[in-house]
Ligand binder design. Structure first.
Ligand SMILES: Nc1ncnc2c1ncn2[C@@H]1O[C@H](COP(=O)(O)OP(=O)(O)OP(=O)(O)O)[C@@H](O)[C@H]1O
Length: 292
């Protein structure tokens, strides 16, 4: 059996993933022929609104709208086929082996249960702890995500915590299950810049400490460039280019080049932002996608 703890074996392997929605005009393809691997690394998925980033992320968790039709030549997580997996097994997979962080933690947390009780309950379920041990572990976990006064935060309800603290609480809950892959869909886009940096720093520490792979979905090219190891650029449901984050300035695809040109620059302010040119050929074009 492959050892998924090694840096070179993909945790996740996706080939020719398609997500389509039936419409009166025929099938609307939200994701078209997407292929990528994720190892113990941080991979950014970037693209404009409606380009199919979330549908790609959600198809890995099989959390798509009912109408969606999903096909793939391969959709394997740690060697197991996600497409044919029975729903019951898939439920065990979600949260335990593949975790997801969404933009607003309030939608992921139970609104009528204190955050402490939610973390504690997760400890009891996953770690089979008794009530007292689960409470102790909860306080440790809150400290682990740099919450300074865990005793004060424990009895708060989700609506009483800030967005940044909510994301830290989500991260603390993820640690319990020890996933191998985290899908983060715009996890910091509702946060202001300084809180965003703190949350990213904590996420980074946890990923490195536990050797977890990350798919980081965002529309913020600068953020992904500074946080991730590799970047996949998506256009109209298709990954047009995959490139190391540190080499983004050497991007070959005209769409990536256009996105880079459109970034505002403090040191060289532009009178006008460049208008992104588009080409129908980009629906088929790919640069740097895995070839096997
Ligand atoms: N429930 C649905 N029914 C039909 N089509 C849908 C549905 N949900 C999404 N789509 C289609 O999927 C496309 C991609 O949506 P997706 O949410 O993945 O985009 P995105 O890149 O994550 O955008 P954003 O950054 O705005 O979240 C949409 O443009 C839309 O055409």
């Amino acid at each position: 059996m492959a050892d998924f703890k090694t840096a070179t074996t993909p945790i996740l392997s996706v080939r020719n993933l398609e997500v389509a929605f039936p419409t009166l005009m025929g099938l609307n393809k939200a994701v078209r022929g997407v292929s990528f691997d994720i190892r113990r690394e941080k991979v950014g998925l970037i693209g404009e609104s409606g380009s199919g980033k979330s549908m790609t992320g959600r198809s890995l968790m099989r959390l798509l709208p009912k109408a969606a039709r999903v096909t793939a030549d391969r959709l394997k997580f740690e060697g197991e086929d996600l497409l044919s997996m029975p729903e019951e097994q898939m439920r065990m997979m979600r949260g335990r082996r593949i975790a997801m962080i969404l933009q607003d933690p309030k939608f992921s947390l139970n609104p009528v249960m204190t955050v402490g009780d939610q973390i504690s309950e997760t400890c009891r379920i996953h770690l089979k702890m008794n009530k007292k041990a689960a409470r102790r572990r909860t306080l440790e976990l809150l400290e682990r995500v740099h919450i300074r006064d865990p005793e004060r935060v424990y009895p708060l309800y989700p609506h009483e915590v800030s967005g940044g603290m909510g994301q830290r609480i989500m991260i603390s809950m993820m640690i319990i299950a020890q996933p191998s892959l985290i899908i983060a869909d715009e996890p910091t886009s509702a946060l202001d810049v300084s809180v965003r940096q703190q949350v990213l720093h904590i996420l980074d520490e946890i990923l490195a400490e536990r050797d977890i792979g990350l798919l980081f979905i965002s529309h913020d090219l600068n953020l992904v460039r500074s946080f991730c190891d590799r970047v996949m650029i998506m256009y109209a449901g298709h990954i047009v280019e995959t490139i190391e984050a540190s080499k983004l300035d050497e991007a070959r695809h005209p769409y990536t080049q256009g996105l880079l040109k459109a970034l505002p620059q403090l040191d060289h302010p532009r009178e006008r932002l460049a208008v992104l040119q588009r080409d129908p050929a980009w629906l088929e074009d790919t640069v740097g996608v895995p070839n096997d």
